[in-house]
Design a protein around this ligand. Sequence first.
Ligand code: NDP
Ligand code: GDR
Length: 370
Amino acid sequence: MRKVALITGVSGQDGAYLAEFLLGKGYIVHGIKRRTSKFNTERIDHLYQGPQEEERRFILYHGDMTDSTSLLRIIQETQPDEIYNLAAQSHVAVSFEEPEYTANSDALGPLRILETLRRLGLEKKTRFYQASTSEMYGEVQQIPASESTPFLPRSPYAIAKLYAHWITVNYREAYGMYACNGILFNHESPLRGETFVTRKITRGLARIVLGHQDCIYLGNLNARRDWGHARDYVEMQWCMLQQEKPEDFVIATGVDHSVRDFVNAVAAELGMRLQWDGEGVGETATIVETGGHAGVAVGQVIVRIDPRYFRPLEVDCMLGDASKAREKLGWKPKVSFEELVREMVRADLESAGKDHFFQQHDHASHAYNV
Ligand code: NDP
Ligand code: GDR
């Protein structure tokens, strides 16, 4: 018998990698996607099987984390062995603008799933994975942070995720459910949303060297993050549900870099060298070596600061201690920081080369790019 998994947030970065991974393991994979006014399944289109196909192993459903009726219908219909709850309003800066919606989807959404499992009598059958986050540490009390580090969240997103984290622990303890939290540190890939800082940089610099835009605008360049590859991290999500007992795990690389470091690494991958001048909102990065790209010139400023990208509260440094996952799950990142940067840059160079429309209309580069 094939195992059955249900993934919420299947159209997102992790959802796409996890769906591919589970299909590779022989699972039947059901995915929940919310209704959108245009297609937004490009990350999973290569996995799609139409309703007319026989013996489908990848099936999509319309549903929403804010709508218990849809969650009840889908869970009842699919009777999953494992649920991976990846759906969330996942942008920290946006959570300051939409705090109530963020709480509804990110905090109450997981509660709706857990309670549905109980109501349907699936609490002993279905294993539940909750996408917890390093953001819950906030003003981190101990660097690197581990499972025992106290949480001090600093955004509506992190606070909503903290509720989800504790309600998962609570259902595990109160009802004996196999429910666990993966406290994942930042993980990126070519599938990363364009408004997260790594992708904003790789996409922006790829477009700059091809001459499609002059510069990118960023916020806090000093923020430090522990960046890994999403493909590695989804494998650990699955591993957490295969243990004898449910437990929470930190997944991180244990290496941190600043946003400025990330820009420098992307420039180096493109064969360019940058010089940084000024401080705070006046800081800029100027090209001192072009790497032979025709679209740029020595002396061109390609990074400027726009204070609109500063957050009302910032998490300055995130660095994780994944010793427990190393010991119990055999965790080891397969992709290094440099390999991650290379893969993202190559993918963005390729798509910027094809992207004729955006050569003229780059509305994603500034105004809507949080
Ligand atoms: P993405 O933002 O790429 O994907 C989020 C997914 O959730 C998308 O499919 C999105 O749909 C869906 N979604 C959002 N709101 C709703 C809703 N109300 N109902 C149904 N679906 C919804 O996130 P990632 O893949 O990067 O992250 C996956 C999970 O892991 C998230 O919960 C995130 O908070 C968490 N996390 C991520 C980390 C990271 O570094 N990537 C680190 C730690 C935790 P749509 O495509 O329509 O927008
Ligand atoms: P983060 O990721 O907030 O860590 O949340 P993001 O890439 O948005 O920011 C990382 C750091 O970069 C700084 N920064 C900018 N960020 C964005 N988005 N845009 C900018 O222009 C910019 N300039 C500087 C930010 O201030 C921040 O310090 C991600 C999400 O995937 C969450 O869902 C997840 O829980 C955490 O990682 C772990």
